[in-house]
Design a protein around this ligand. Structure first.
Ligand code: SAH
Ligand code: SF4
Length: 375
């Protein structure tokens, strides 16, 4: 059997893994052993799985594999941010970013190669849509990030405390694989990350928000970016299909279904100079969101070549922030991390030419740092 035909055990949920072992005539607990070998011990070679009998190990080697995506490039930023460029089957590349912040380690995970939704300020959107990632390719990003820190000293701990589905792609348009991967993030026998610390960010695919609430209650973030339909149609074209009133109703329904006390939804708002960053926009936001359980996260726009937008002036961001907070909308401003390695939001392109260019820039930066001229 060629490698391409082998069954990849990475990305199988607990239920799927149990069904796989039952189909081999094995007991369910083999599935649990396998999950722990893959996700806790970070092992991808059946030979090392010593509590699984030799006969079964040989059989597994014939028919199955544990295959994470191939790493094309790994960068570490001045601020500790790590970025991986991963090769995906069938061509193309996606990016994953790890952002350390004290005890917290947030992994920004991609769900698709490119994106079909073409938001006007997003470099992933400019690339168009290539394909959905498999669950192995999605959970494989967590696997690779954890493994990059070496063997675990304490098996119950790993560096990824939080996951945000905010890398490339629209996660709700790759629903099944994203949900399977999030189940593994939550699964005690895999990563055991609490649902509150897993955030799915969407541009607002209304029916899928309802569908998500039926299967999982992870934290939800909405890419709002505009306080009225006219401007949002321009920035986030999916708004023409699912306008603000429908989107906000879906948010209300979602938050009502979340049983835990952290039920507020994060509204992401990219700050584009002269486009959506005026006080009038802030006032409209207050009126729009006033009776919803939301918090706002202002994201200074991250530029990329030919973007056609500029980042808002710092004083405009601060005035916007102040107006929202003083009107009772809990608002934070996101600090941009890892932009020296193009790991910031919206800079994840995954195209080979860009990668080469960035890699050159990265090497240049390493050189500058070594020369002591960091800033
Ligand atoms: N497709 C999903 C998740 C990926 S994008 C979504 O749109 O929500 C993750 C976040 O980065 C979104 O809020 C997105 O709007 C934002 N973003 C995209 N391009 C950006 C840029 N150039 N600068 C800052 N944020 C950007
Ligand atoms: Fe796609 Fe999100 Fe970028 Fe819009 S912002 S193009 S939905 S990845």
């Amino acid at each position: 059997m060629s490698a391409a035909e082998k069954i990849n055990l990475l990305g199988k949920t607990r239920e799927e893994m149990e069904a796989f072992f039952l189909s081999l005539g094995e007991k369910k607990f083999r599935a649990h052993q396998m999950l722990k070998w893959i996700y806790v011990q970070q092992v991808d070679d059946f030979e090392q799985m010593t509590d699984i009998g030799k006969g079964l190990r040989e059989k597994l080697s014939e028919i199955a594999e544990v295959r994470p995506p191939e790493v094309l490039q790994q960068d570490i930023s001045r601020d500790g941010t790590r970025k991986w460029v991963l090769k995906v089957d069938g061509g193309g590349a996606v990016e994953t970013v790890f952002i350390p912040d004290g005890r917290r380690g947030t992994l920004c995970v991609s769900s698709q190669v490119g994106c079909a939704l073409d938001c006007s300020f997003c470099s992933t959107g400019k690339q168009g849509f290539q394909r959905d990632l498999s669950s192995a390719e999605i959970i494989g990003q967590v696997w690779l990030a954890c493994r990059s820190f070496g063997p675990r000293k304490n098996l119950s701990q790993h560096p990824v405390t939080n996951v945000v589905m905010m890398g490339m792609g629209e996660p709700l348009l790759n629903f099944d694989n994203v949900v399977r991967s999030m189940k593994l993030m939550k699964e005690d026998m895999a990563y055991g990350i609490s649902k509150r610390r897993i955030t799915l960010s969407t541009s607002g695919i209304v029916p899928m928000i309802d569908k998500l609430s039926e299967v999982m209650d992870v934290s939800l973030a909405i890419s709002l970016h505009a306080p009225n339909d006219e401007l949002r149609n321009e920035l986030v074209p999916i708004n023409k299909k699912y306008p603000l009133s429908e989107l906000l109703n879906a948010c209300r329904r979602y938050s009502e279904k979340i049983p835990h006390k952290h039920k507020s939804i994060t509204m992401e708002y990219v700050m584009l100079r002269g486009v959506n960053d005026q006080l009038e926009h802030a006032r409209q936001l207050v009126a729009l969101l006033t009776d919803l359980p939301v918090k706002l996260n202002l994201i200074p726009f991250n530029p990329f070549p030919h973007a056609g937008y500029e980042r808002s002036k710092q004083k405009d961001i601060m005035a916007f922030h102040k107006l929202l907070n003083s009107n009772g909308l809990m608002t934070t401003v996101r600090t941009t991390r890892g932009d020296d390695i193009d790991a910031a939001c919206g800079q994840l392109v995954g195209d080979v030419m860009d990668r080469t260019r960035r890699s050159e820039r990265w090497q240049q930066e390493v050189f500058l740092r070594a020369a002591g001229s960091d800033d």
